[in-house]
Write a protein that binds this ligand. Structure first.
Ligand code: FES
Length: 105
């Protein structure tokens, strides 16, 4: 069942390209900030399951630090090899200084 959970605060994720991992309800989520907007993705690379929260953000894409796969933060689509499958994305809402993510959908 889908539910909203608090994943981070805007203070924790204040820098452009900030990456913050949270594990609400057992789902690993990475929250990123791009162009002043927050996005949430599954914190598990579709290549070999390493956490994307160890990676970096560039041009609206999150890059996996392990083998360099990149994913569009808005859609979760794989943009470069070795990943070919997308990662899940989650709806995000900013409530005051808290970043909420809808998981379990
Ligand atoms: S685990 Fe991410 S590119 Fe290999």
């Amino acid at each position: 069942m889908a539910e909203w959970v608090k994943a981070a605060t805007t203070e924790e994720c204040s820098g452009e390209g900030c990456v913050h991992a949270a594990t609400p309800e057992g789902e690993a989520v990475v929250v990123v900030k791009v162009d002043g907007e927050y996005f949430a993705l599954e914190d598990r690379c579709s290549h070999q399951d390493f956490p994307l929260s160890d990676g970096s953000i560039e041009n609206g894409q999150i890059e996996c630090v392990f083998h360099g796969a990149r994913f569009d933060v808005r859609t979760g689509k794989a943009k470069s090899l070795p990943a070919i499958k997308p990662v899940k994305t989650y709806p995000v809402e900013v409530r005051g200084d808290e970043i909420w993510v809808q998981v379990g959908g």
